[in-house]
Write a protein that binds this ligand. Structure first.
Ligand code: GLU
Length: 486
């Protein structure tokens, strides 16, 4: 059997990282088995669904490379099909027309609550209290409609909803790849509404019909939907459809163990892009947040696709750890192709300075070394700053100290030596420095600081010979010259 998975977000906001992880798990499962990964936009809630939110979901998935194998399905476009299925269930006696009005149901709930409150009053006999509590329990129990076994409408034109006749068996069991085998008392399931009085389908019906029609074999989603599964199963049974396999994945929690919320940091997937994380780092980090394979910490998509299995999803919620995400990002910054890294970091540098051709050339040469120096793209951009900024007007204390008399004298001599060097390779520049030290019986500890101060003004930078190589002869001589007396 070929596997078909789906990601089924409701377009009511951004693609949050929990959703992105759900999409990722579905993607990996499908790819592992050579199956299909589908996307369904669950836009039945017309009031809350927006075009911008749909676009944000598509953009977030595109950024992560989670490309669906078919054009997305829009749930709202399937409403006729949902209604058709509801009517089929009525025809076969699995669903029925219920004439209870919202007002009656509301009154029933209120009466139940009133009885429960009344039972708390002081001075009641035990028998009275028990009787009140029993009545409250019945009234507040999952609704079983008086029309479930048929019956005439109160008036010929009375409006009705279509409800599923909840199963009569005592218990129901769901076998879930993550949650295990879980049994529920069937009386906890209500005669749920399939079609509202205006004929519109409910979410519970739409999900099942769409999953069936899309040929979904594996439903992988957040465990906030686990209980819904018990309400959805009877719809499969009523339609005589194969039930898919389920995997309900625990939510992502914040570092303090509480459910993820804004105070734990950005929730939107694209916010991580904007903060300078790479999509491969995000994928690697998110998949490990709730899934593991041996003790491997970092995965490329190809590596994960080769080994992904639902049985390796953890039952405990993953905790968002931004420090760890930074480490994973640093790993991928070092790993990816350098020309792509340049393309990614250039827009960050453009926020700080003009990216001239000269600067691009310097970056091309320096990035293989400098890429070790940043966990995110903005950090990396910042650690390249000395390539365009000598920081001469902003010297730190150490740099100022290095540029006092002795330092200036050495700089002046060094400039001379550098100027005379035929070659500007890293090795040649290193030789110039060493030869200068030897000729003046100085150590690198005496020569390095003034030179570094003149070149980078205290900005972080690697070894001097490569720094000079990247900057080029003219720039180096100019930066040094700026500190020498005219
Ligand atoms: N639309 C639901 C949500 O965004 C998901 C439903 C499902 O995966 O079955 O939470």
């Amino acid at each position: 059997m070929s596997i078909v998975t789906r990601f089924a977000p409701s377009p009511t906001g951004m693609l949050h990282i929990g959703g992105a992880r759900t999409a990722l798990f579905n993607y990996l499962l499908a790819k592992r088995h050579g199956g299909q990964f589908l996307l369904r936009i669950e836009d039945t809630d017309k009031q809350r669904s927006t075009q911008e939110a749909t676009q944000a979901i598509l953009d977030g998935m595109a950024w992560l490379g989670l490309t669906p194998d078919q054009a997305p399905t829009y749930q709202s476009e399937q409403a006729d099909r949902h209604a058709e299925c509801a009517l089929e269930m009525v025809e076969h006696g699995h669903a029925f027309r219920c004439y209870a009005t919202p007002e009656e149901l509301q009154a029933r709930r209120e009466e139940g609550e009133a009885k429960r409150t009344a039972a708390k009053e002081e001075g009641l006999s035990e028998a009275t209290r028990d009787a009140l509590l029993a009545e409250a329990k019945t009234l507040l129990a999952p609704y079983r409609s008086p029309w479930r076994d048929g019956g005439d409408p109160p008036r010929p034109d009375a409006p009705y909803t279509i409800r599923l006749r909840a199963p009569d068996e005592d218990t129901m069991t769901v076998k879930d790849h993550v949650q295990g085998e879980v049994t529920l008392q069937t009386r906890e399931i209500d005669d749920l509404i399939l079609l509202r009085a205006d004929g519109s389908p409910t979410y519970m019906l739409a999900v099942v019909v769409d999953d069936h029609d899309m040929g979904v074999t594996h439903v992988v989603r957040g465990d906030d939907h686990f209980r819904n599964t018990f309400r959805q199963l009877p719809i499969y049974w009523a339609m005589g459809w194969n039930v898919p396999e389920f995997a309900h994945v625990p939510m992502i929690h914040g570092s303090d163990g509480a459910k993820l919320s804004k105070r734990h940091g950005a929730l939107s997937t694209l916010a991580y892009r904007d903060m300078g994380y790479l999509p491969e780092a995000m994928n690697s980090y998110l998949m490990r947040l709730g899934w593991s394979h041996g003790d491997q910490e970092v995965f490329t998509m190809a590596e994960a696709t080769a080994v992904f299995d639902l049985s390796d999803i953890n039952k405990a919620p993953g905790r968002l750890d931004l420090e760890k995400l930074g480490d994973v990002n640093a790993h991928f910054i070092r790993m990816i192709d350098e020309s792509r890294l340049l393309d990614l970091v250039a827009p960050e540098i453009a926020k700080l300075t003009d990216v001239t051709n000269t600067l691009t050339e310097r970056l091309q040469q320096a990035l293989p070394t400098l890429k070790e120096r940043g966990q995110t793209l903005p950090e990396l951009a910042e650690s390249c700053r000395f390539l365009w900024d000598s920081n001469a007007d902003n010297l730190n204390k150490k740099a100022r100290k290095a540029l006092r008399e002795d330092g200036i004298k050495r700089l002046s001599e060094l400039r001379e030596a550098l100027d005379q060097s035929d070659s500007w390779t890293i090795e040649a520049l290193q030789d110039v420095l060493e030869a200068y030290c030897a000729a003046h019986t100085l150590t690198m500890g005496q020569v390095g600081p003034p030179l570094r101060a003149a070149l980078t003004g205290g900005l972080p930078a690697p070894d001097l010979a490569p720094v000079m190589h990247w900057l080029g002869r003219n720039e180096v001589l100019a930066r040094i010259g700026k500190h020498l007396p005219a």
